[in-house]
Write a protein that binds this ligand. Structure first.
Ligand SMILES: NC(=O)c1ccc[n+]([C@@H]2O[C@H](COP(=O)([O-])OP(=O)(O)OC[C@H]3O[C@@H](n4cnc5c(N)ncnc54)[C@H](OP(=O)(O)O)[C@@H]3O)[C@@H](O)[C@H]2O)c1
Length: 274
């Protein structure tokens, strides 16, 4: 049965203009939820980020209500939270501990049915990593413990690595990203790719050589490929394998994606695999 918009939970999203947040807003709207965004003001004069103002306008044209405010504006936060049911945070990594301010405001508002903190990565209570990655995990754990202590219902989403980040960025953490080298015309088919293996001691050396924050990506690679942490534990009865929520969704595996790319007719603009 499809419920009417009136019976749908009102969703408030933090970090809505970000990489993940944009998808979250669109998904919330398309699922028929009255959707709200709490965001820092986007102003015409912000030449450093003109797309942010455009995004706010796009959200508004989709029927999204925007509360403009900073995370340390407590009264504004409480007032926004009192108008919604569910809170989803997709705040950026450096802002993770700022979610303590949201939790405090949710406690005061007293109306929030569920909180989804900004996680969307490794299952932080069951993995560990090299120091710079461990620090990120620890911040996410702090937010979990604060949410539980506040008695707020929660869902923690552990998505492991996003394919887009994983394929395009994580596998080449130490390479400058301002150019892509294409050998020949990029049209040749049937070439065998050479496999080069990077053993753990080389990854550790790379991690020790690179400055912060560039060493974070290497620490994540170490966690995934050397420790195999993303698959190193069994799900418990408190966990839900998210694909079970959407049994009709047809997922595209990385293998399949590569098959599609390799069998596509050569197009110069796609040769860079951007
Ligand atoms: N598993 C993976 O492979 C993977 C990959 C990427 C990200 N993630 C996770 O996804 C979550 C979101 O990451 P993201 O990359 O989407 O974030 P992002 O694009 O870097 O930023 C999200 C939002 O955070 C807010 N923000 C940034 N700086 C702020 C500041 N100084 N004060 C207040 N708000 C600030 C901004 O929202 P407003 O300007 O609208 O206020 C921004 O749009 C994180 O928890 C991250 O760990 C996982």
């Amino acid at each position: 049965m499809v419920s009417s918009p009136k019976s749908k939970n009102k969703i408030l999203i933090f970090g809505a203009t970000g990489y993940l947040g944009k998808y979250m807003v669109k998904a919330s709207v398309s699922a028929g939820h009255p959707t709200f965004v709490y965001a820092r003001p986007a102003v015409e004069s912000d030449h450093s980020n003109p797309s942010k103002l455009q995004l706010h306008r796009q959200f508004e044209s989709m029927g999204v209500t925007i509360f403009q405010g900073e995370l340390d504006e407590h009264e504004k936060l409480v007032s926004a939270l009192q108008q919604v049911d569910v809170v989803i945070s997709t705040l950026a990594v450096p802002q993770h501990l700022d979610q303590l301010k949201i939790i405090k405001a949710m406690e005061e508002a007293g109306t929030i049915k569920r909180f989804v903190p900004s996680e969307f990565g490794n299952e932080v209570d069951r993995v560990s990593g090299l120091p710079p990655f461990e620090a990120l995990l620890e911040n996410k754990r702090k937010i979990r413990r604060a949410t539980e202590a506040a008695g707020i219902c929660y869902t923690y989403v552990s998505a492991n690595a996003f394919s887009a980040y994983f394929i395009d960025y994580l596998l080449h953490p130490h390479i400058q990203r301002d150019e892509v080298i294409i050998y020949g015309t990029g049209h040749a088919k049937g070439r065998m790719m050479k496999r080069s293996y990077m053993p753990e001691d080389e990854i550790i050396k790379l991690y020790e050589t690179l400055p912060f924050p560039e060493n974070i990506a290497v620490a994540i690679l170490h966690n995934i490929f050397i420790k195999g942490d993303q698959m190193s534990f069994e799900l418990t009865e408190d966990d839900l394998e998210a694909s079970k929520l959407y049994p009709d969704h047809v997922y595209t595996s990385v293998d399949k994606l590569l098959d599609i790319c390799l069998s596509a007719p050569p197009k110069p603009k796609l040769a860079a695999f951007a």
